[in-house]
Design a binder for this molecule. Structure first.
Ligand code: FAD
Length: 460
């Protein structure tokens, strides 16, 4: 069968890579002189260090690649530049906001998840100099590399929405699942809610997990129903986009669910200001005139902040026109610097930004990096696989999986657009385990192989 052939071919390629010499052949890489295996293994001084591989960011994508690369190339070859003491499993925050999980379950200490064979440079990258294969950290260290992996995630720009910071600080009814520090306000706001407008918004920027702004709405609506608050609640969704979800198959289901559950969907409406003093949300009506503002009172307001690429990435030669890391959508290799690679939310892969996408990207990235290190042309091709478990209640979920074409790429041989309890348990109980023990350890590269098996080799 096709998948068996693929597995044997990729295994033989891997075996070839493990024995091949890692040499980079690129004209711009002026400072690369020797075989990476002969490089100094530890920093020669406190202000300067040199590694074969440097990974910027110890989040989902950074750790997935750092684990793999350090396993393959050995101790001291890989450094991870990461300032944070903590690592978060962000997909759990939907369920924390919904009151099903505790936020502490989403957090581990960075020292406990950092791969043992990596050197952790506990500092922030502040400047990239890809012409000289180096970066500078906030403490003024220069870190040189042969190969760079950028995995810095998205920057949350709370201050770019008028009134949001103030509202999150002072109004208990304004909440946000997008940060560990604000996520526990969401369930409290649901509990405090008595009656009125419960408003859920979508930002007018790129977003990580584009389903998260509406998942929490379904959990809240169910909570109101089960706690005798639904009659007085007007549940409203506002999005600047023209559709409730990008992939049409799942958009149709979500529209139907909203209709059946009496949720008012307002597309092409952009939240421009929050007035916590008077508990009002101000929207620009993109359907007619963006200057036409509509003011809606709220009794609960969930707001994902504006998001974008990290400022230092945007200001660097590594950024593409959107400000995100410019990579080949097939291989994850940088479009200008062949020894630079990217994974996850900070890249311009034209797919939905999720941890599931990172799983799919990680397998491709490893093949790409191994090919480049071996002086070969990258051959692996990412299909844009991404997934969004659209939680619709405490016992139900629509497991959306799709690719660059926005066509379904479903793992299981059933119609996944049907709400299922099994999909909910997968999201709540199985995926966290797969994340901590598989994805960030670099051993889970997405469900592609299972999909082919379960579809008897006939899936894409
Ligand atoms: P991150 O995991 O955010 O890591 C980035 C890392 O880079 C951080 O550790 C940060 O400290 C570090 N960093 C930043 N700047 C610098 C710098 N200058 N120097 C060095 N390091 C730096 N995905 C799903 O698959 N399914 C879901 O159901 C789902 N639900 C979600 C719900 C919510 C509420 C949220 C917020 C996200 C959800 N996601 C979901 C998305 C998923 O969590 C992200 O797509 C994924 O974690 C991104 O991984 P990353 O490695 O790109 O970035």
């Amino acid at each position: 069968m096709a998948f068996c052939f693929e597995a044997v071919t990729s295994l033989s390629r891997c075996l070839r890579f493990t024995t091949s010499l890692p040499r980079l052949q690129v004209s711009h890489a002026r400072s690369i002189q020797s075989e990476p295996a002969e490089l100094p293994l530890s920093p020669p001084s406190t202000s300067e260090s040199m590694y074969n591989f440097v990974v910027v960011g110890g989040g989902s994508g950074g750790l997935a690649l750092a684990s793999n690369l350090s396993r393959k190339y050995g101790k001291g070859q890989v450094a991870v530049v990461e300032p944070s003491d903590e690592h978060f499993y962000q997909p759990l925050w939907t369920l924390v906001g919904g009151g099903q999980k505790k936020k502490e379950q989403s957090r581990k200490l960075m020292k406990d998840v950092m791969p043992g064979a990596c050197d952790w440079i506990k500092d922030k990258a502040v400047k990239f100099d890809p012409e000289n294969n180096s970066l500078t950290t906030a403490e003024g260290k220069t870190v040189q590399y042969n190969y760079l992996v950028v995995a810095m995630g998205m920057q949350l720009n709370f201050d770019k929405l008028k009134g949001l910071v103030e509202a999150l600080e002072h109004d208990p009814q304004v909440c946000c699942n997008y940060s560990y520090h604000t996520v526990d306000k969401t369930f409290q706001a649901m509990q405090n809610f008595k009656s009125g407008n419960a408003i859920f918004t979508f930002p007018n920027t790129p977003v990580k997990c584009a389903g998260a702004p509406q998942k929490i709405m379904y959990l809240a609506e169910e909570y109101f129903r089960e706690n005798d608050k639904r009659d007085g609640a007007n549940v409203m969704y506002f999005s600047p986009l023209g559709a409730i979800f990008s992939a049409p198959k799942y958009a149709a289901v979500m529209n139907r669910i909203c209709k059946e559950r009496g949720i008012q969907v307002n597309l092409k409406h952009n939240l421009v200001e929050i007035k916590p003093d008077t508990r009002e949300a101000v929207f620009a009506n993109l359907n007619t005139d963006p200057n036409e503002l509509i003011t809606v009172p709220y009794a609960m307001l969930h707001v994902p902040p504006p998001m974008g690429p990290p400022d230092i990435l945007k200001a660097s030669p590594l950024a593409g026109p959107s400000g995100f890391l410019s990579v080949s959508k097939d291989t994850g290799q940088h479009t200008k610097y062949p020894n630079v690679f990217g994974i996850g939310d900070c890249t311009d892969f034209p797919t939905s930004k999720t941890a599931a996408a990172i799983a799919g990207q990680s397998g491709i990235l490893l093949k790409t990096i191994n090919a480049v290190v071996s002086g070969l042309t990258p051959y692996a091709k990412y299909n844009g696989y991404t997934s969004c478990p659209l939680v619709t209640g405490r016992r139900s979920c629509v497991l959306a999986e799709f690719d660059y074409t926005l066509e379904p790429l479903e793992t299981f041989p059933v119609d996944q657009s049907v709400e299922r309890r099994t999909a909910y348990h997968m999201k709540a109980d199985l995926l966290p385990t797969m994340y901590w023990n598989g994805l960030i350890k670099g051993i889970w590269h997405g469900p592609g192989m299972f999909r082919k098996l379960l579809h008897l080799g006939f899936s894409k």
